[in-house]
Design a protein around this ligand. Structure first.
Ligand code: CTP
Length: 403
C-alpha cells in the first residue's frame, strides 16, 4: 500500500516525538521512503542520529544550512513528497502554520508545500483547549489540513484529557487514508472557472460584479487535493493562486471562454465564475471624456455562456459539466430548468434570498440537481462545499454513487 510513497515527516518538540521513531519504522516496513525534518526543539527529545538511522537518510533541520540548500532546497524538499506528516504537531507549530510563518525549516517547508498535510497534535490539555489553539485548528481544517488525534488520556505533564498524540498505528492508518484520498482523481484533467469578469467600457473603466472567487478557488484547491490535474481560469480576484493548480488569469467573458476552450479536452468542468451576462458593445478605444456633452449611453450585447458552450455536444465535451445556480425563489424548479437550458450534468443550486444569509457570507446550502434527482447537502462552509463536490466528482468517475 505504501510502496514507493514519499513521506516528509516533520518532528516538532514534544515528549511524543519518541513515538515518531516507531512511526518511521512502520512506514519503512511498508515500503515508504521517509525524509525527516527535525525542529530545534524536536532535537531536545529525539536525536538526529536515531531519526537518520531509521529513515536511512540525512535529517534536515536548519533552513540556512548551505549544504542542505545545495543538495536540496527547502522548496524541493517539501514538493518531493506525496504527503507531509507533522508528528508531533505542537501548539507552536500549529500556530505558525495557521499564520503562515516561516522562521525555520519545518514551518518554511509547510508553507511552501503544494502537497497534502496530515498533522498529529500533541500538547498539554489546557494548551489544546485554549481558544487560540482551537481557532488555529479551525483555520487549518478550513484550508484542508488533515488531522489525526489527539487522544484523551493521562499525559506526561500529570494532567488528564485530550492532548496525547495519536498512536503510531493510528497515524499510519490516517496516512494510508490520506494518500488514497489524495489520488482519487489522479490522472484526470479538470477545469474550473472562478471569480467575476470585467467588461471594459473604455481603456480605464469596466463593469464588474461582487464575486470574490472564494468558492471557485476552493473547488480548484479541493480537486487538486484529490490528485486531479487542475486548471483554473479566473477573472480578477484578490485571492492568491491555489497551490498545485495551473492558473490562467483573464478579464472578460470572451477571454474566459477562449481560455477554457484552449484547455480542452478535460474530463470535468466546474463553472463557478460569475460571468457578466453582458459586454459593452459601445466600448470606446480611448478614455471617454466628459467634454460637456450628455452622459454617454452604454450599448450592451450578450456575452457567450461558458457553461452552455462547454456543455454542447461534441467530441470535446467534458464527460461531466457542473454549473451553479443562485436563486431567490423556486430554487429546485429554477435549477432544473437551468440544467436543461444549459445542457450541463449537475447544477449546484444555492438559495441566495436575503433571509438565507448566504450572499456575501462564508456558508452555502447546496442542492445538487441532476437528471437522477436532487441531493440536499447540509449548510456548510464554502471550503466544505468544495471538498464535498470534489469527492462527488471522484465518486462519479469511480462509477459509484450517482448524483
Ligand atoms: N455562466 C457561464 N457563462 C455565462 C453565464 C453564466 O458560464 N455567461 C455559468 C456560471 O458560471 C454558473 C451558471 O452559469 O455556473 C449560472 O448561470 P446563470 O444563467 O448566470 O444563472 P444566474 O446567475 O443564476 O442567473 P439567471 O437566474 O438570471 O439565469
Amino acid at each position: 500500500m505504501l510502496q514507493g510513497k514519499r513521506i516528509l515527516l516533520v518532528v516538532a518538540g514534544g515528549i511524543a516525538a519518541y513515538k515518531s521513531l516507531e512511526l518511521v519504522r512502520r512506514l519503512r516496513e511498508r515500503g515508504a521512503a521517509v525524509r525527516a525534518i527535525l525542529t530545534r526543539s524536536g532535537a531536545e527529545f529525539v536525536t538526529p542520529l536515531s531519526l537518520s538511522a531509521l529513515t536511512e537518510d540525512k535529517v534536515y533541520s536548519e533552513l540556512f544550512d548551505l549544504t542542505d540548500e545545495q543538495e536540496m532546497g527547502h522548496i524541493q524538499l517539501s514538493r518531493d513528497a506525496d504527503l507531509l506528516v507533522v508528528a508531533p504537531a505542537t501548539a507552536d507549530l500549529l500556530a505558525k502554520m495557521a499564520h503562515g510563518r516561516a522562521d525555520d525549516l519545518a514551518s518554511t517547508a509547510l508553507l511552501a508545500t503544494d502537497k497534502p498535510v496530515l498533522a498529529a497534535p500533541a500538547m498539554n490539555v489546557r494548551m489544546w483547549e485554549h481558544p487560540a489553539t482551537q481557532a488555529n485548528l479551525e483555520t487549518l481544517k478550513q484550508r484542508g489540513i488533515l488531522f489525526t488525534g489527539p487522544n484523551e488520556g493521562a499525559m506526561a505533564c500529570g494532567e488528564f484529557g485530550p492532548g496525547r498524540m495519536a498512536e503510531p498505528a493510528e497515524i499510519l492508518a490516517a496516512i494510508e487514508t490520506a494518500l488514497a484520498a489524495s489520488s482519487r482523481l489522479a490522472g484526470r484533467r479538470v477545469l474550473v472557472t472562478s471569480g467575476p469578469t470585467h467588461e471594459a467600457i473604455d481603456p480605464v473603466r469596466y463593469i464588474a460584479n461582487r464575486s470574490s472567487g472564494k468558492q471557485g478557488h476552493a473547488i480548484a484547491r479541493a480537486l487538486a487535493g484529490l490528485g486531479a490535474e487542475t486548471h483554473l481560469v479566473t477573472g480578477p480576484v484578490a485571492l492568491p493562486d491555489p497551490p498545485g493548480v495551473s492558473v490562467t488569469h483573464v478579464e472578460s467573458a470572451e477571454e474566459m471562454l477562449a481560455a477554457c476552450r484552449a484547455l480542452l479536452p478535460v474530463e470535468a468542468a466546474v463553472c463557478a465564475a460569475a460571468v457578466a451576462d453582458w459586454k459593452v458593445e459601445s466600448r470606446a478605444g480611448e478614455k471617454l471624456k466628459k467634454d460637456g456633452s450628455a452622459a454617454p449611453a452604454l450599448v450592451l450585447a450578450p456575452n457567450p455562456d461558458i457553461l452552455a458552450s462547454l456543455s454542447e455536444a461534441g467530441n470535446q465535451r467534458p464527460s461531466l459539466v457542473v454549473g451553479f445556480a443562485a436563486e431567490t425563489q423556486s430554487l429546485i424548479e429554477n435549477a432544473k430548468a437551468k440544467l436543461a437550458r444549459k445542457g450541463c450534468d449537475w447544477i449546484l443550486a444555492n438559495d441566495v434570498a436575503p433571509a438565507s444569509g448566504t450572499f456575501g457570507g462564508e456558508e452555502n446550502e447546496i442542492h445538487l440537481v441532476s437528471a437522477q434527482g436532487v441531493e440536499d447537502w447540509p449548510r456548510m462552509s464554502k471550503e466544505a462545499v468544495a471538498r464535498r463536490l470534489a469527492e462527488r466528482i471522484a465518486d462519479h468517475f469511480e462509477g459509484g454513487k450517482a448524483a
